[in-house]
Design a protein. Structure first.
Length: 424
């Protein structure tokens, strides 16, 4: 936005700030929040504090630095209020679990480590955050964030103290952070219609089992080497000889990688599906949906553990739907997804959900390049969480203006009843 557009939206922004920052205990904090949001939305290459302060007529670098890096306002109620506003506005078809990386120099930015950096497509020095987004074909919005803390940070009291990592924060796998986030959102009264995720999460049997255990439907990507069994495969139990332990029911044939199973059906089994209208016309490809039983040691152990809690395990693995994409002109299938949605879910609906993650990729570009998500130059735990929350607020405000500029949003007692802090 240019300066004219920002000024024209000042009245709507003031109402937005009064609502989503209502949990901030002091008026001057909310004023700084308003200022920071305008800095993020105003045109400019860098959205770090110094250049934003220079572009704003009321910008004060020292005040903004203090507000973001030292002030004790709690970002969680702010994110909660944003989520409560945005979920009904967007009317999401799914919630997308994702992670985003922030390349960094040095070793002192909070939770930085040499790890896979999606922004660079290779191992590099970076921070990684797990996020959950409400998604439709017309809009998306981050609902909550978790900063991934590598194991090396869990065991480094010096860096933890210097960057202000809370004592209770330890290393936790990304898939666990995603489930923690879904649990927190459920505590806010927000439940996903279905969860979608890339193969980094969908590949993980524990993540899928965690969604199942929470009663959450999913359509998640997997790699081509995930092994499955046909839906009609049945375990058998050998006759007991009377000596030793009784044999357990088992499948007697090796499972197949999904790539081999899909190719075995042949191209003729794939049908054309159109899932949305793109900028260059209808988005379409060829798909196959078949019922399968995910195999692998971890999938079997999880199924056995769940069954033995209720009694005897009969050896039968849970059944899900495998969705496969084989584009026209491709020599082999190129995409694979697993879904626990009902067996009679139309293939076109599975495809639409499998492909809906395009929206958060689109909006991530806006969050990063337009609103400075990855421009934060501070090093602290507090500063990072404040900046990410403020970027989320700016993105939410712009999304509201685009979708429903005059929409009323109900007050939220959850954030308005917060006990104010006495410190800044």
């Amino acid at each position: 936005m240019d300066a004219y557009e920002v000024n024209r939206a000042r009245a709507q922004l003031a109402l937005f700030v009064a609502d989503v920052f209502a949990s901030m205990p002091r008026k001057d904090q909310r004023a700084k929040g308003d200022c920071y949001l305008r800095g993020l939305m105003l045109d400019g290459r860098r959205k770090s504090i110094q250049p934003m302060a220079e572009r704003l007529p009321d910008g004060n670098e020292q005040n903004l630095q203090q507000f973001v890096n030292q002030s004790t306002w709690d970002p969680v109620p702010v994110r909660r209020r944003i989520a409560e506003r945005m979920v009904p506005l967007i009317g999401p078809d799914a919630w997308a679990v994702d992670d985003v990386s922030f390349p960094k120099d040095g070793e002192m930015s909070v939770a930085v480590a040499h790890q896979y950096c999606g922004a660079l497509g290779k191992q590099a020095n970076c921070q990684v955050a797990v996020s959950v987004h409400a998604v439709s074909d017309t809009a998306s919005c981050p609902l909550q964030w978790r900063l991934f803390v590598p194991q090396e940070w869990a065991d480094d009291p010096v860096r933890r103290r210097k960057t202000g990592v809370p004592d209770g924060i330890r290393h936790r796998e990304k898939w666990r952070l995603a489930l923690d986030t879904l649990d927190e959102l459920a505590g806010w009264g927000l439940v996903p219609p279905v969860v979608v995720a890339d193969a980094g999460y969908g590949q993980n049997a524990d993540f899928r089992d965690g969604l199942d255990g929470r009663g959450i439907g999913y359509v998640v990507a997997i790699r081509s080497d995930v092994t499955v069994r046909p839906h009609d495969a049945q375990p058998t139990t050998p006759v007991w000889s009377g000596n030793g332990r009784k044999p357990q029911p088992r499948y007697r044939h090796k499972p197949s990688p999904v790539a081999a199973l899909a190719a075995g059906h042949g191209r003729q089994a794939f049908t054309e599906v159109t899932w949305r209208e793109g900028s260059r016309g209808p988005m379409r490809s060829h798909f196959l949906a078949v019922r399968v039983r995910p195999a692998g040691i971890r999938a079997r152990r999880l199924a056995q553990a769940a069954a033995t809690q209720e009694g005897f395990w009969d050896g039968v693995l849970p059944e899900v739907t495998l969705l496969v994409e084989w584009p026209e002109g491709a020599e082999a299938p190129t995409g694979y997804w697993l879904s626990n949605l009902p067996a009679d879910t139309p293939p076109a609906e599975l495809v639409r959900l499998a492909k809906i993650r395009w929206r958060i990729e689109h909006d991530y570009r806006k969050l990063k390049h337009g609103l400075g998500l990855d421009h934060f130059e501070g090093r602290s735990w507090t500063g990072w969480h404040h900046h990410v929350t403020l970027v989320t607020a700016a993105h939410a405000f712009l999304t509201e203006q685009r979708l429903a500029p005059k929409a009323d949003t109900a007050d939220s007692p959850s954030t308005r009843s917060s006990t104010p802090s006495k410190t800044c």
